[in-house]
Design a protein around this ligand. Structure first.
Ligand SMILES: *[C@@H]1O[C@H](CO)[C@@H](O)[C@H](O)[C@H]1NC(C)=O
Ligand SMILES: *[C@@H]1O[C@H](CO)[C@@H](O)[C@H](O)[C@H]1NC(C)=O
Ligand SMILES: *[C@@H]1O[C@H](CO)[C@@H](O)[C@H](O)[C@H]1NC(C)=O
Ligand SMILES: *[C@@H]1O[C@H](CO)[C@@H](O)[C@H](O)[C@H]1NC(C)=O
Ligand SMILES: *[C@@H]1O[C@H](CO)[C@@H](O)[C@H](O)[C@H]1NC(C)=O
Ligand SMILES: *[C@@H]1O[C@H](CO)[C@@H](O)[C@H](O)[C@H]1NC(C)=O
Ligand SMILES: *[C@@H]1O[C@H](CO)[C@@H](O)[C@H](O)[C@H]1NC(C)=O
Ligand SMILES: *[C@@H]1O[C@H](CO)[C@@H](O)[C@H](O)[C@H]1NC(C)=O
Length: 323
């Protein structure tokens, strides 16, 4: 045999084994199906002028259907399949997990070489009953640690965690277990307070479940919003704010004396000399048992010089009076 004959022989062997031709009669890529659902194995063939001599499908090497002049059908598939004789496409219904595996179609056209195609089907159970489990302890910033586990039934391919709508990023305090099942936060920080979502999915279904994590913290970032100077007779509003969970309770002091005000807002109805000085807001958190305070020094603004002088005099008199 010379080289040309060898080559021709090799090609014939390959053609008969279906390697040279026919690999493309099923689209590339896997197929996904849901338990109890339906999948369509569509070939890429258009109906020929003369019907195929034979169409056969097998699963993991076992015959499902061989259709020639008669049909030989596997009893386990009998009431679950429909064969489109014109294109060779097969519909499979009532899917079960065990239908996952490799499917092969072999077609013999009327006058032509045998065509073959292979594809893999993966059947997934729908995801259901998703929940986030977490210990029901009261969490205090920097003192407590916690964990949240994302549980669900079904065929779970991926779990993704979000916090307040953003992907959750592991950091010095946050870590994830393998397959993202559990988020560990040790110790908790004020920035960990918020809404967590776990999205459990597989190629045929996905469920998202949410949990609000309460981290008690603060008061942090206490500040007083208000003018540092105002004209006599003016109404002055001082607003104290603090980042705190639960919300902070407030108390106010004026020049070192307690006031009756226990609201976040302190209102001076008419500013006069006696109400100039240091306003101290103290925020306290009943759960973390912490407090913090800040001072605003309220001065007179000098719009009208005479008022200003008289206020200064009054202040001086008040001070000397006190001394
Ligand atoms: C989650 O936290 C609780 C309470 O701190 C602890 O008892 C439990 O073992 C933790 N779970 C895991 C998986 O670490
Ligand atoms: C775990 O989460 C990361 C993103 O945080 C994601 O890239 C990865 O695919 C997830 N792994 C699984 C098994 O869900
Ligand atoms: C406090 O203020 C800083 C700076 O503006 C900010 O980064 C931080 O998140 C604030 N803390 C809280 C608990 O709001
Ligand atoms: C703090 O405020 C809450 C409501 O905001 C109130 O129920 C509680 O009694 C207050 N505690 C103190 C010590 O004032
Ligand atoms: C503060 O308290 C002292 C003593 O109780 C009192 O003499 C003084 O007038 C008070 N000052 C103000 C500004 O209320
Ligand atoms: C604030 O003080 C008033 C009395 O001055 C009291 O009735 C009220 O319960 C207090 N509120 C809080 C939140 O402590
Ligand atoms: C207000 O506080 C400042 C600085 O802490 C101090 O110098 C000033 O004397 C105080 N004023 C009054 C009226 O207590
Ligand atoms: C009070 O606030 C100041 C300034 O934000 C901060 O440096 C300090 O650590 C706070 N103290 C407490 C007890 O939270």
């Amino acid at each position: 045999m010379d080289n040309r004959m060898l080559c021709a022989a090799a090609c014939l062997v390959l053609a008969l084994s279906g390697v040279c031709v026919g690999e493309g009669i099923l689209p590339a890529g896997r197929l996904s199906g849901a338990v109890a659902g339906t999948v369509m194995f569509s070939t890429t063939l258009s109906p020929p002028e003369s019907p195929f001599l034979s169409v056969s499908w097998s699963f993991k090497g076992e015959n499902i259907i061989t259709s020639t002049s008669t049909d030989i059908i596997d009893p386990g598939h009998a009431d679950r399949i429909s064969l489109d004789r014109a294109t060779g496409s097969l519909e499979l219904r009532g899917l079960v997990l065990e239908d996952s595996g490799e499917y092969t179609v072999t077609i013999i056209p009327d006058g032509g070489l045998q065509k073959q195609g292979k594809t893999v089907l993966q059947v997934y159970a729908l995801i259901s009953g998703a929940s986030i489990r977490t210990p029901s302890a009261v969490l205090i910033e920097d003192k407590s640690s916690t964990n949240m586990s994302c549980e669900a039934s079904g065929s779970i391919s991926t779990r993704l965690w979000m916090k307040d709508g953003q992907p959750l990023r592991p950091d010095g305090r946050i870590s994830l277990s393998i397959a993202n099942r559990t988020v560990f936060i040790q110790p908790v920080h004020s920035s960990n307070h918020g809404t967590y979502e776990c999205r459990v999915s597989n190629p045929v279904s996905s469920v998202t479940v949410a949990h609000d994590l309460t981290v008690n913290f603060g008061p942090h970032n206490i500040s007083i919003t208000g003018p540092s100077a105002a004209a006599p007779g003016q109404r002055v509003t001082l607003q104290c704010t603090a980042a705190s969970v639960p919300p902070a309770n407030f108390t106010w002091m004026f020049n070192g004396n307690e006031t009756r005000v226990n609201d976040s807002v302190y209102i001076i109805e008419r500013l006069d000399a006696e109400r100039l000085g240091n306003y101290t807001c103290t925020a306290s958190n009943m759960v973390t048992m912490q407090e913090n305070s800040t001072v605003l020094n309220l001065r007179a603004s000098c719009t009208a010089p005479c008022w200003c002088v008289s206020l200064l005099l009054l202040s001086a008199l008040t001070l000397t009076g006190l001394l």
